[in-house]
Each structure stands twice: as C-alpha cells, then as structure tokens.
Ligand binder design. Structure first.
Ligand code: NAD
Length: 488
C-alpha cells in the first residue's frame, strides 16, 4: 500500500501524531493508500513554513513568479496522466473526465503566470492640493486552501494559480477522501524551482486539520470549496478572527428547456447536467425545468439516452457513469431517493443501487417526474445521479421556479430565440448562465455563486484581486502646515 506524509517546507514529512488513515478506491471498495492524519501541530509547522517563504516569494519580481508558474504548467502537462489516474483511484470519476481536467489545469498557471506582472495600481486624481495619491496592490500573506473530493486538482488550481501569482504562499488541506493527487502534485514544485515552503499540504479531516487551518492567526485568508454546511462552519470560524474568505459552495441548478429548443441538443445537455461525473458536481443541472408543451416528447428521448448510459469501471473509455465516491455520499443519495418517493415524486428511471456492483457504491441513473419546486428533492443538493423534472408554463413561470431556491451557482437555458436567452440570462439569479450548452468553464471566465452558493469569484482577470489587498499612499508635495486639528 502507498503511504503519503504531509508536504511541508519542500519535503514530505510524517504527522506529529504518527497517525495515518486509509484512502479507499470507490470502484473496488478497497483501501489503496495511507494518508497522514494532520493535527494542529502539523498545521502550525506548515503555516510557519509558508510565512517564512512569503518573505522570499512576495519579494520576487512578479515576472519571475510568472515564469515559475509557466514551468509548473509544463510539468503538469507531462504528469497529467499520472495525476488523473490517481484522482480516479480516489474519487472514482471517469478517467476521461479527470484527464481532461488535469491537462487543462496547466492553463490556470499560464494565465495567472502571465497576469503576475500586470497587476497595476492607479494614480488617483486627488481633490486635495499639494498631495499625490496612488494605490498599490499587495499580497495577503499565507492563504489556507480547503478543497473537496470531486475535482481535487482543478478546484485547487483555481485558487492556487491566482494566489501564487499575486505573491501569496499557501497551506492546502485537501479532502480526506482524495488527498493523494494533491500530494503527488507537490513533487512538481521543487522541480519548477519554487522556494521551499511556498506551497505546503497538510492532509487530514475537516474537524481537526481543516479547523486548525481556519483558526490559525497567521493565515490571512481561507479559500474554501465544499458543501454549504462546511462553508458555513468555515465562515463562522473565520468571522471570529475577521479573516477574509472566499466560498465556492453547492448548487441546485435549473436546466431550463423551452419548446423552441433544439431537442436533441437539449436532451444531451440535460444528460450532461446530471449524469456526467455521476452527478457529483457543484454545477449539476439537477432541476430540469421542461416547458409543459414538450414535456412528454422530451422525456421519451431523455429516458432513451439515459437508459443507454453504461455504468462501470471509471478507467474504461466506454464507461459513462462511475461509482459514488464515498459510502456516506452513497447513503445520502439513496436517502434522497426515498425522500422523493415519500414526497410523491414519480420515479421513472433507476431509483436503486446497481446490483452486484464492485465496491457496492453504484447508484442507477435516476429520474423523478411530477416534482414540484417545494419538494426537498427540488430544493436540496443531492450530489448524485438523481434528476428532478419540473414542468413550467411560460417564461415568467420558468424564472419564478428557477429563482425560488436558496442556491445560485449556475443555470442552463435551451432556446433558439436569442432575445429570450438574453432576457433569461438577465433574470436568472446565478453566477453562471449557459445558453444552449452546459458545464463550460474556463480560466478566462469568472466562476462563483449567488446566494447560498458562495462568496467571491475564481478564474478570470478579476479573481486575482481575491488574493490582493489595496493600499492607498498619500505623499505631500507641498510643505504648507495644515491646521492639525482638522481632517485634511
Ligand atoms: P465538505 O464541505 O464536506 O468538505 C470540503 C472540505 O472541507 C474537505 O476538505 C473537508 O475536510 C473540509 N472541512 C469540512 N468541515 C470543515 C471545517 N469545519 N473546517 C475546515 N474544513 C472543513 O464538501 P465535500 O463533500 O468534500 O464536497 C462536495 C461539496 O462541494 C458539494 O456541496 C459541492 O456542491 C461542493 N462543490 C462546490 C464547488 C464550487 O466551485 N462551487 C465545486 C465542487 C464542489
């Protein structure tokens, strides 16, 4: 069995407690590696390494930081297949999906590497005579990064690339279910010539290593991706220290199909929205809003395509739906299926575990119709392959149902009418709107949640500001002594 320690100050190291826990392959149900169980002591060591490294890293020329990120990007591409394979072993998602992610994540390091020397302050047109006023952007210091299990390296890179380019250093706490790929990733930092301590990883559980990272007084900011419940705990703890946070949380995104949509494209969009990644994606289009006039016709084709989805080994290229990642998540998905039945929704596909599956953690692609938006199956994030289909009458009705929810991560709109598409994009309360497509993300475009789906944005030009603070500098150019008892 593989054994992974923490990565602190440029070296792998055993946990202070000497304790390790097992990480399990969701496809086989078998443990395959031992992971260091981090504690407050380990977090203290990692934060002090990151603090020390901050002095060097933040003082480098921004273009030098940028070139270091470019070198890292090249190395990521060389190692993409290995990293993807490790991710599949830990989270059971399709190799094809994880490989496209690990290859793509190099672009975040290139994009923010290029941005490192383009962070500019401004000369403020002052209203005061004899004073020159300008702004400069400065890094925050040590940033704590906490990631979930569904796309470990991609979601980490959305934070890390921007934070490093801005001159911060990092302590990462990956999900206890998927720590190995982040630890394998750490081996690239020395080769890319990062000073030791710029990037550190402490593994372990949210309640101990995670909480200790959030509470550490020398951590300037927490960048968190995970559930809304986890995010709330992090936010409460950070508030006690007036600590900056960004929160990328859950969703229950509406995927809205109008009667004038390209039916085949919309069916594929609905499938991609809920069965890709076995529904374990924050942007899952888990509420399918169907205009009533096309409801039955659409359902017929949707069921035909969903029934053909091949369930199986995530490493095989013809598999469409892999296992659910953790036993707890498996139970949660089945619990929600039971809740939906009790609420009166009609199960028209799946609705049970896959019989004699290896590892035992497969749920059949499941579709419920006759769902009303007040049901729990329509309001709460399942994070599994379970679709709630809700009919609507017209544009007004679609907007009302779509926005009647506490989440606001994303929304899909399927229509051939571009005026309708534009209107919908204005009226839907979500951070990302897709028209006639679904699940598109890029390093160039801001991503984040409205409402309970989060605070802050990742990716795109503005996201680098999440890791910077602005300073206003006033220099007197005339030496006349002002009245010291009055504000200037
Ligand atoms: P989770 O909240 O259980 O855990 C996320 C991370 O937080 C883990 O590393 C965990 O150890 C840590 N954690 C938990 N409690 C903590 C605490 N009290 N203090 C500090 N750290 C703590 O989430 P999960 O089950 O791993 O991930 C699935 C969730 O993530 C879903 O809700 C999904 O929608 C969300 N997600 C959001 C995005 C996004 O970009 N908005 C992307 C992917 C996943």
């Amino acid at each position: 069995m593989e054994r992974y320690g923490h990565f602190i100050a440029g070296a792998f190291t055993d946990p202070a407690s000497g304790d390790f826990f097992e990480t399990v392959n969701p496809y086989t149900g078998q443990p395959w590696a031992k992971i260091a169980r981090g504690s407050k002591q380990d977090i203290d060591r990692a934060v002090s390494a990151a603090r020390e490294a901050f002095e060097t890293w933040s003082a480098l020329k921004p273009s030098t930081r940028g070139k270091t990120l470019y070198r890292l990007a090249d190395m990521i591409e060389e190692k993409a297949e290995h990293l993807a394979e490790i991710e599949v072993r830990d989270n059971g998602k399709l190799y094809a999906e994880m490989l496209s992610q690990t290859r793509y994540l190099a672009e975040w390091y290139r994009y923010y590497g290029g941005l490192a020397d383009k962070v500019e302050g401004a000369v403020i047109p002052s209203d005061k005579a004899g004073i020159f006023n300008f702004t400069r952007y400065e890094p925050l210091g040590v940033v704590g990064m906490i990631t979930p299990w569904n796309s470990p390296l991609l979601l980490l890179s959305w934070k890390l690339a921007a934070a490093l380019a801005a001159g911060n250093t990092a302590v990462i706490k990956p999900s206890e279910h998927t720590s190995a790929s982040t630890l394998e990733f750490m081996t690239l930092f020395e080769k890319a010539e990062f000073p030791a301590g710029v990037v550190n990883t402490v593994t372990g559980f949210g309640a101990d290593a995670g909480a200790a990272l959030v509470e550490h007084p020398d951590v300037a900011k927490i960048a968190f991706t995970g559930s809304d419940v986890g995010g709330q705990k992090v936010y409460e703890s950070a508030a006690r220290q007036i600590k900056d946070v960004s929160l990328e949380l859950g969703g229950k995104s509406p995927n809205i199909v109008f009667e004038d949509a390209d039916m085949e494209a919309a069916v594929m969009g609905a499938i991609s929205g809920i069965f890709a990644a076995t529904g374990q994606t924050c942007i899952a289009g888990s509420r399918l809003l169907l205009q009533r006039s096309i409801h039955d016709r659409f359902m017929e084709r949707l069921l035909e395509v969903a029934r053909a989805a091949k369930i199986g080994d995530p490493m095989l290229s013809d598999t469409n739906v892999g296992p659910v990642t953790t036993p707890a998540q498996f139970k949660k998905v089945l619990d929600y299926i039971a809740i939906a039945r009790e609420e009166g929704a009609r199960c028209v596909l799946g609705g049970k575990p896959v019989a004699d599956a290896p590892g035992g953690q497969f749920v059949e692609p499941t579709i419920f119709t006759d769902v009303t938006n007040r049901m729990r199956i329509a309001q709460e994030e399942v994070f599994g392959p379970v679709l709630a289909v809700i009919p609507f009458e017209d544009d007004e009705d679609a907007v009302r149902i779509a926005n009647d929810i506490q989440f606001g991560l994303a929304a899909g709109v399927w229509t051939r009418d571009m005026a309708r598409a534009l209107k919908m994009s204005e009226r839907l309360r979500a951070g990302t709107i897709w028209v006639n497509t679904y699940r598109a993300v890029s390093y160039t475009s801001p991503f984040g949640g409205y409402k309970r789906s989060g605070i802050g944005r990742e990716s795109g030009l503005e996201a680098i500001k999440e890791y910077l603070q602005v300073k206003s500098v006033w220099i007197a150019t005339e030496t006349s002594v002002a009245n010291p008892f009055i504000i200037r």
